[in-house]
Design a protein around this ligand. Structure first.
Ligand code: 3UK
Length: 543
């Protein structure tokens, strides 16, 4: 397949909203359903009109091109309106993870200096305590709220989502942006716990939609897609917005927590043809009593997994029991979406597949040269959807985005047949349920507890070969280890750092391995584990 990359790389007048919204309406699909949530539907025509109103509403409220807004929204039909409305206006929008803590929002909202926050009503209380610490904030907009909710946030100027639409004119006035202009940011977690604003340009969305969504996944107009990964993740943003919209397909949105019960319910009700998940979810669905052919959807034809490596046995059992394949592929916030992947006609479970045509990948050894077959090195990738850089982080930007190449921080090998095999991280970071965990953050949460002197956290595989946090701790003098204490430490981490980050196992030690300068050596604990066969020895039971 010959791919012309000029389309994505040439600098030219371009606004992604024209390509993803107006072009689909111009093709005659204005009446077709673009999005369905639990309560409402939105056609492509309505999305065009509402995104135009939203864009003009922003302007009327004093938000100019290049100003920044944050979207702290659950997945409903309002999400595409806000996202494409701000893209249309040339306003930079920043989708935020809805699972963060108040302090994490404080950091991100201060770092980005957004002028407006659009927040789903139930999340407003999480950010309410920090609003006074945001001098750049001009406007707070509640989504899915009533006039009564507005009163609860008294003391601030608050608008409802509907008010913003009402202030804007429905005439289409799209900002004359260029293809290289920053369109949106996504915050990506860092090993020190401070997330980095990753800046993406207008042309990156169509690059991922064509190169991966259309050419690899094969998404087409009559597809109905459902992504358990939310829109605020780069993964969900492509899955549930840019890919289906690029071909005029329909997306099912679900605002709640994607538990197996909830996922099966949506699958049965909306009968998607494409389902996207993360390995932990596929494993949980496989273990569930309600699993049936098509996982509830009689139209299911293919599934996608990303975020962390899909264990081979999960893919194989899913194919057997559900009757559809899972395409495992690796993507990142920095590259926006998947750049090395299995393909429907070429699947090797237990691998990440091969580079997506349009991207180049290489595996570099410590000397900076490409390694040989089956040798471990760092995966480095080049392609048209790479981010422009991190906001206000020059050193980190230079390290990650080195000219045309993006350094992934992932260790990989390539076998003699050309398939890429994931082999861990170059740093101490790991993923749980597809979401980053920085050991540093969990350790900080642990040592903020009065009983804990020192802590070290590593990722350890559970029985399904999926990684979960394990903590090694030293208790303060005179504190006795017992089950009750260990349980309370788990709760403490959930509250301080985030629910998915708590250590499933806690091992109490007399001391931790350290360097001469006192830095804890997590790699020694990892090596120790690799050398033993017995799993989670220790005082703590699995949680
Ligand atoms: C890891 C994988 C093994 C890997 C993402 C699809 O996960 C996404 O973005 P993030 O920025 O994390 C990126 C990192 O996650 N990873 C992702 N997929 C795989 N490891 N096998 C996989 N299939 O460490 C990578 O560097 O959260 C996934 C699409 C868009 C994305 N942003």
């Amino acid at each position: 397949m010959a791919i012309s990359l000029r389309e994505f790389s040439e600098r030219r007048p371009y606004n992604a909203a024209t390509d993803f919204v107006d072009a689909i309406v111009a093709r005659g699909l204005g009446q077709k359903t673009a999005f369905i949530d639990e309560k409402r539907k939105l056609t492509f025509g309505e999305l065009q009109q509402q995104s135009a109103r939203f864009a003009d509403g922003l302007r009327a409220l004093g938000l100019e091109r290049e100003s920044r807004i944050a979207l702290l929204l659950f997945d409903t039909v309002d999400y595409p309106v806000a996202f494409w409305g701000s893209i249309r206006a040339g306003v930079v929008c920043i989708p935020l993870n809805t699972l963060l803590t108040t302090e994490q929002y404080a950091y991100i909202l201060q770092d980005s200096r957004v002028e407006a926050v659009f927040v789903s009503a139930p999340l407003a209380k999480t950010i309410a305590p920090i609003l006074s610490r945001l001098p750049s904030l001009k406007l707070l907009v509640l989504q899915g709220a009533s006039q009564a909710d507005k009163a609860a946030l008294a003391g601030r100027e608050v608008l409802l989502f509907e008010d913003v639409l009402a202030r804007g004119k429905p005439e289409i006035a799209t900002a004359p942006t260029i293809s290289d202009e920053v369109a949106f940011w996504l915050y990506s977690s860092g090993s020190t716990g401070e997330p980095k604003g990753t800046k993406h340009v207008h042309s990156s969305l169509i690059a991922t939609a064509k190169l991966y969504g259309q050419n690899v996944l094969g998404i087409r107009e009559n597809d109905v897609v459902f992504s358990a990964a939310k829109i605020f993740f780069a993964y969900g943003l492509g899955n549930a917005m840019s890919f289906p919209m690029s071909v005029g397909a329909t997306t099912v949105l679900f605002g709640g927590r994607p538990t197996p019960d909830a996922v099966f319910e949506v699958m049965r009700r909306e009968r998607p043809t494409i389902f996207y998940g993360v390995p932990t979810l596929f494993a949980a669905l496989l273990a569930h009593k309600d699993l049936s052919r098509g996982a509830g959807s009689d139209r299911l034809r293919i599934c996608v997994s990303a975020g962390e490596a899909l264990p081979a046995h999960v893919g194989e059992r899913w194919r057997e029991r559900v009757g559809a394949d899972i395409l495992d592929g690796i993507g990142s916030t920095e590259m926006l979406h998947i750049f090395v992947s299995n393909r429907p006609d070429d699947i090797r479970y237990g691998t990440s597949g091969k580079p997506v045509p349009g991207y180049d990948a290489k595996i570099l050894g410590e000397d900076g040269r490409e390694v040989g077959i089956d040798e471990v090195g760092e995966l480095v990738v080049r392609g048209p959807s790479a981010a422009e850089g991190y906001w206000n982080q020059r050193a980190k930007s230079r390290r990650t985005f080195a000219g045309e190449w993006t350094y992934t921080g992932d260790k990989y090998t390539r076998d003699a047949d050309g398939y890429y095999h994931y082999s861990g991280r170059t740093d101490d970071m790991f993923k749980v349920g597809g979401i980053w965990v920085s050991p540093f953050e969990v350790e900080a949460a642990l040592i903020s507890h009065e009983a804990v002197l020192e802590a070290a956290v590593i990722g350890v595989e559970d029985d399904d070969k999926l990684v979960k946090p394990k903590a090694f701790i030293v208790l303060k003098a005179g504190v006795a280890a017992n089950e009750q204490l260990l349980e309370s430490l788990k709760t403490h981490v959930k509250e301080k750092a985030g629910a998915w980050k708590y250590p499933r196992w806690i091992e109490v030690r007399a001391e931790l391995p350290k360097t001469a300068t006192g830095k804890i050596q997590r790699f020694k604990l990892r090596e120790e584990r690799a050398a033993t066969t017995s799993p989670h020895k220790g005082t703590g039971a699995a949680g």
